[in-house]
Write a protein that binds this ligand. Structure first.
Ligand code: ADP
Length: 588
């Protein structure tokens, strides 16, 4: 269901509404105390003017009252800040939680087409904009509203003409501020966008620093950065210039209003139409409310940004997540039968074209073909990362779409070409698929994946941190760690997506031997570019342009006149020596 941004925000405030209301209440009480000072001043001065009380009798209680009122205003301002911060943090925590949970459930199809940088910005700076809006801007708008709503009636009760004189510039100031910030919104936006472009250049450079160095592109990249940096500086300058004009012009209006209250008040006092106390009351009220009123244009403009931010967050939340399924979580096992399967990624050419093949239970098969042949796509569909419309896939005789998605994914263990490792310990990275694994099981899998020896050589062994704050692993080590992870899980279906590309032939042989020991117990799908990697397979499927062009055992394929045989004769001569070694090791 598509929801509006306001509705989402309202739902998120559930549980924090009382605290939020308390924050606004504290703000109101604090404001009233501040305005009360005006009354105290007026009473004290007017009493003095009558000469009925002594200076000490008047000024001491008034002084104490003024200090007390300011102290109480301070206390309630503190409470307002504290409660508003707690409430907004609570709301924003919920918002982040909902966003993250939703992102986890959005289909791969969505992630393929969205710019990750943009998504990160929505989850970080847009959420921050909403937080600031809730924590300070809403309360500030309410405060200015209250100032005006309380101060004007107090003034009116004293004197109508003096009220007109003391408040006549206020509407002009508000109008000027609001119109000004509406007009310069594009200047703020330009600065934001320029900052985004600057960050992108920086990010690209840091990510691709090796490529930049290797191709000697430092000068070029530096120029690009300088250009963006200059553009950002110019736009910021322009914005500061505009803002300086605003603050100066609005200062003129502010002092005009204060001046009017002073001079107008003096005039009425001289004519005996206003007491000195009233004069000071007007002056005090005008002076107290005018500065926040001047600032309101800025606050309203920033709140406009919050509306945009909430809208952008809502766009993500409105994307359809993978449907919730009510399918029983039965174990998924058996032969995989693919019939006439066709598939294309969104707005792309056909990736699979009427593909039909059968993988028997416990069989080890290899999918061989040039890059882009559709090998990974087939596996993506098997684990239900994408939904297909044409053709069928059955596992154990049951149509894949009638099987629980989580149960299907649980049955598969995948080792991807460039495996993803978390910035956690080696152990945590291995036990991801089976958190209950015992010590010896973890070690056995690491040995089978030929990575145990490497791990024990790290300073903290299995407790060594991986990633930026820990050890940097080589491509081969990463692959072997991922293989250990998959082996530990002992999945019904093991998929190795070109997972041995970064390990040497000897290690490859050792891993293949470990796999061979599980032969028959586990269905294994090897995605291969190198012929040597297809060697342990019972059968080989040769794919090209999303179609199955050959299938059979190694011997059958060699005997047939086709792409496999041709590839064999080319690669066979190239890798003759290596292949012989490897085969010897596997057969041993
Ligand atoms: P292989 O694994 O054999 O190298 P793939 O299954 O990755 O091939 O790719 C098959 C085709 O689908 C290719 O044309 C590729 O460009 C395209 N493709 C793969 N992944 C995506 C994706 N996420 N979005 C769009 N097109 C894709």
């Amino acid at each position: 269901m598509q929801k509006s941004a306001k509705r989402t925000l309202w739902e998120l405030t559930a549980g924090q509404r009382t605290r939020y209301a308390a924050a606004i209440g504290a703000m109101a009480v604090g404001t009233v105390f501040l305005l009360l000072v005006a009354y105290v001043l007026q009473r004290a001065l007017d009493t003095l003017a009558t000469g009925e009380a002594s200076l000490a009798d008047t000024l001491i209680p008034a002084g104490v009252a003024i200090v007390a009122a300011h102290a109480l205003n301070g206390l309630f301002t503190y409470l307002r800040g504290r409660w508003a911060a707690q409430a907004s943090e609570g709301i924003v925590r919920q918002l982040r939680h909902r966003l993250y949970e939703h992102l986890e459930r959005l289909p791969c199809d969505y992630h393929d087409h969205v710019d990750t940088g943009d998504l990160v910005q929505r989850c970080s700076s847009d959420v921050e904009t909403v937080r600031v809006f809730l924590a300070s801007q809403v309360v500030e708008i309410a405060r200015v509203g209250l100032f005006v709503v309380v101060a004007i009636p107090i003034m009116l009760m004293q004197d109508l003409r003096m009220t007109l004189v003391s408040a006549c510039v206020l509407p002009v100031l508000v109008l000027f501020a609001v119109m000004f910030f509406r007009k310069v919104r594009s200047a703020f936006q330009d600065v934001d966008e320029a900052e985004g472009r600057l960050t992108t250049v920086l990010q690209e450079n840091l990510t691709g620093i090796r490529v930049v160095r290797a191709f000697g592109r430092q000068e070029f990249e530096m120029d690009k950065f300088l250009e963006r940096n200059g553009e950002f500086r110019d736009l910021e300058f322009r914005l500061f210039h505009i803002l300086a004009n605003f603050w100066t012009l609005s200062d003129v209006l502010v002092f005009l209003q204060i001046g009017l209250a002073l001079i107008g008040g003096a005039y009425f006092v001289m004519r005996g139409e206003l007491t000195i106390g009233q004069w000071v009351l007007f002056f005090w009220l005008v002076r107290t409310i005018i500065w926040p009123v001047r600032h309101i244009g800025r606050v309203l403009a920033d709140s406009g940004k919050a509306t945009v931010a909430i809208g952008r967050i809502q766009e993500v939340l409105n994307e359809d997540a993978e449907s919730e399924e009510d399918l029983p979580e039965m174990p998924v096992r058996g032969a995989i039968a693919v019939r006439n399967l066709s598939f294309a990624y969104r707005d792309c050419q056909t990736a699979l074209d009427k593909l039909s093949l059968t993988i028997n239970e416990g069989e080890t098969v290899a999918l061989l073909g040039p890059p882009g042949a559709g090998k990974s796509t087939l596996v993506n569909l098997l684990v239900r990362l994408y939904d297909y419309d044409e053709g069928t896939i059955h596992i154990g005789g049951r149509e894949l779409r009638s099987l629980n998605r989580d149960a299907v994914r649980d049955a598969f263990g995948m080792v991807l070409q460039d495996p993803f490792l978390y910035s956690r310990t080696v152990r945590e990275n291995v036990v991801i698929g089976k958190s209950t694994a015992a010590e010896h099981e973890v070690e056995e899998s690491a040995r089978a994946a030929d990575v145990h020896e490497n791990i024990v050589e790290f300073q903290d062994g299995y407790e060594t941190l991986v990633g930026e704050r820990g050890v940097t692993l080589s491509g081969g080590q990463r692959q072997r760690l991922a293989i250990a992870r998959a082996l530990l899980k002992q999945p019904t279906f093991l998929v190795l997506d070109d997972s041995l590309s970064a390990v040497d032939t000897k290690t490859e042989a050792q891993i293949l031997r470990a796999l061979a020991s599980r032969r028959g117990k586990q269905t294994t799908i090897l995605i291969a570019h190198r012929l040597s990697s297809t060697r342990p397979a019972d059968r080989i499927f040769v794919l090209d342009h999303g179609r199955l062009i050959q299938q059979g055992t190694h011997e059958e394929l060699l005997a047939a006149d086709g792409p496999y045989g041709r590839l064999w004769s080319i690669q066979g001569t190239l890798e003759d020596e290596i292949e012989r070694d490897l085969w010897g090791a596997v057969d041993a």
